[in-house]
Design a binder for this molecule. Structure first.
Ligand SMILES: *Cc1c(COP(=O)(O)O)cnc(C)c1O
Length: 421
């Protein structure tokens, strides 16, 4: 049996290279091209003015995005990180405040909190690889102001429990939806359930303009502060009374990015449908063999709402997870293990060296040294997250996999799991 495995010199199960995992990026086509040319020809590259009259396409994107997800307000910005910063400003979070972030998220979530002068506090994830509400509860202190619920790898957090916890303790809920644009939870779009949502259109995300982001909220006051923050003249431009204007920085989206993001928004539901269908086929094909070997999928709090960008299952040990990932990769399917102690990866808190080392850019030590209580980070402070992440095998689910490739991916995993697990 073992001789069959590609890692032992056998024939790989996958016979043609699989599509790269840039769902929106790989679908850039005639619409994006035409939209960019149109913007260039109109010489209207800045959202607030230009030589020609006509509506701003960034403004059009905001209206379309808000309508699509069902938010009252949407604000386009330069990145997902900028959207998170706008969300924190919108909620009035700054020095002396604490914001709870999950142990598993892109470091940008914690960096945005640091950038506001507030202290990130790290809580465990559960078998969904998203924030564990009970761990959040234990991390609350008198200084906690908000929780950033990160919908990792396309899947919703336990939003009911997090919203209830927020209400119980007077905490705002920010949804970091950078990896889950278009995903839902009990029928509602992620990013519209908490107080404010943050999306990214960076090239790795579900839809993309290369760089870009979006903030969504139903709260007029949050929107107004975020609007002022994202444009140094945002108060003036939006007729905010002079004595209410707060300082801002320039995180405005350019029209060139806006037209691309707008074209991509038109592709979103098609991309999601294609990923969901492929993921379901894979799950149906693999369910039995995984179960036989005692391996389980990660929990998804609302499977129907899953963006379906990834298929993740747990091995019994981290050594087994690494062995399986290597063998599956050798079959021609990129399989990864989401945490190893010796491979620096900014998705796992213990590898966030600038945050873990509390390296502020100011001589006074920044948010950590100026904070009213001592914040302590240790590499083993979230052992549950490290155990779970260490045991994962992660597969991409590209919307562009052919039916034949989906079968080959299932064959590759089956072959390896049967031989090694
Ligand atoms: C990508 C990402 C961000 C940051 O988005 P950028 O557009 O790269 O700034 C934040 N959080 C998560 C979970 C992400 O994956």
């Amino acid at each position: 049996m073992k001789a069959n495995l590609a890692i032992h010199g056998g024939e790989p199960a996958v016979t043609s290279p699989l599509p790269p995992m840039y769902p929106g990026g790989m679908r850039i086509g005639a619409e994006e091209e035409a939209a960019v040319l149109d913007a260039l020809r109109g010489k209207r590259l800045f959202r607030y003015y230009g030589p020609e009259r006509g509506a701003s396409r960034v403004e059009e994107l905001e209206a379309a995005f808000a309508a699509h997800v069902g938010a009252t307000h949407a604000l386009a910005v330069t990145s997902g990180t900028a959207a998170l910063m706008g969300a924190l400003v919108g909620l009035g979070i700054g020095p002396g405040d604490e914001v709870i972030v999950p142990a598993y998220t892109w470091i940008a979530t914690a960096s945005a909190v640091f950038a506001m002068g507030a202290a990130p506090v790290i809580a465990d994830v559960d078998e969904s690889l998203t924030l564990d509400p009970e761990s959040v509860r234990r991390a609350i202190t008198p200084y906690t102001r908000a929780v950033i619920a990160v919908h990792m790898r396309g899947a919703p957090c336990a939003m009911d429990a997090l919203i209830a916890l927020g209400a119980e303790h007077g905490l705002a809920i920010i949804e970091d939806t950078a990896q889950a644009c278009g995903a839902t939870y009990h029928g509602r779009y992620l990013g519209t359930i908490g107080d404010v949502g943050a999306f990214s259109f960076q090239f790795n995300k579900i839809i993309t303009s290369g760089e870009g982001g979006m903030l969504t909220t139903d709260d007029a006051a949050i929107y107004r502060r975020a609007l002022m923050y994202h444009d140094v003249a945002g108060g003036l431009r939006n007729a905010v009374p002079n004595d209410e204007v707060i300082p801002g920085v320039n995180h405005r989206m350019s029209e060139l990015h806006g037209v691309v993001a707008l074209a991509q928004l038109g592709r979103l539901e098609g991309i999601l449908a294609d990923m969901r269908r492929r993921k379901q086929t894979l799950k149906d094909a693999l369910g039995e063999v995984l179960q036989e070997k005692g391996l389980g999928y990660r929990i998804i709090h609302d499977p129907q709402g899953d963006a379906a960008i990834a298929l993740i299952f747990f091995a019994r040990s981290s050594a087994q997870a690494r062995e399986l990932a290597q063998a599956i990769s050798a079959e021609g399917v990129r399989a990864t293990n989401l945490y190893s102690p010796d491979k620096v990866d900014y998705h796992v808190y213990c590898h966030w060296t600038p945050i873990m080392g509390q390296r502020a850019w100011s001589a006074n030590g920044g948010p950590w040294k100026q904070h009213p209580r001592e914040i302590v980070y240790t590499p083993d402070m979230c052992p549950r997250s490290l155990d779970l992440l260490g045991r994962t095998v992660h597969l991409d689910v590209s919307p562009d996999l052919t039916d034949e490739q989906v079968v080959q991916v299932a064959d590759a995993v089956t072959k390896v799991v049967e031989a090694l697990a």
